[in-house]
Design a protein around this ligand. Sequence first.
Ligand code: TYM
Length: 328
Amino acid sequence: MKARVLSGVQPSGNLHIGNYLGALKNWVRIQHDYESIFCIVDLHAITVYQKPEELRAKILEIAALFIASGIDPKHSALVVQSMVHGHAELSWLLTCVTPVGWLERMTQYKAKTQAIETIGDGLLQYPVLMAADILLYQAAIVPVGEDQSQHLELTRDIAQRFNSLYGATFVMPATNLPAVGARIMGLDEPEKKMSKSAAGAGHAVALLDPPEVIRKKIMRATTDSQPGVDFETMGAGVENLLAIFQAFSGWSDDQMKPHFTGMRYGDLKKQVAEMVVSQLEPLQARYREITADPAYLAGVLREGAERVTPIADSTVRLVKERMGLYTP
Ligand code: TYM
């Protein structure tokens, strides 16, 4: 039996090239080597308020973007998290073995709650639900961007704690980061991670941005005051543009260095923009085809949930038995 891969994306905000290079592109690359499950984690999205109609539309948009990026729904299960009850159920069972201190230490929790007065309990529980997503399917490999590493360490800690309290139950999931593109930075602020929720119009390139918008955003990206590319002394903005180019093109370091050394920033940006446009145009064309047939997408999501529900149910049952709940 093939080992299992699981990962997920929140249906909040617009998917951007950081999500694509850090996660989706890697999923597409490894999907056929494993039994693969890719989730649209709507229960995570509602840890902050979402307008209901927008959320519903976003879930379908993300599902279509998974397929447009190259996820093969005949092989990989595409799952809307809330359609499979085991996610929420296992999350509660794991909550009961998770010390609050572990959750309060999470950097994303601290960052997200900094500006809020009333902090929803869901934000604190968020990483437990994520652990449940992974452990529910006994996933061995979790391909993500670097910002999820801490959540994955916590997942292993929760799994270990459960195993030591109740006996060996969970597989320890390994974090799988892409070699290039694990942390794409904001175009306008290259010290900050590119994020779906950042406000600036020039911050992120969305996967569905039209070519002229992509070009404009990249041409305006923050660089530094050097005359051209110097791999030894470059600032974060130039490094980020080169990472975007390398991750999209698949070029090796040996190809990158001679090609870009000494290049003026205007020319660098033009080449990055054309690389991004040429890679996203076919993805956008596939997206338009997929969304033209809503029944197809609904079928893929129904079938995905049906395929994984037996796995989820058997894990929940095992966990309940181990914990001593009544399981006739
Ligand atoms: P989310 O929705 O924030 O991001 C989806 C994926 O994109 C990656 N990513 C990035 N990679 C590189 N550079 C960036 N700037 C960048 N921004 C985001 C993320 O690392 C992620 O892989 N908690 C998760 C969703 C989740 C999940 C899971 C993931 C829920 N359950 C189980 C894996 C397994 C999240 O909010 O991702």
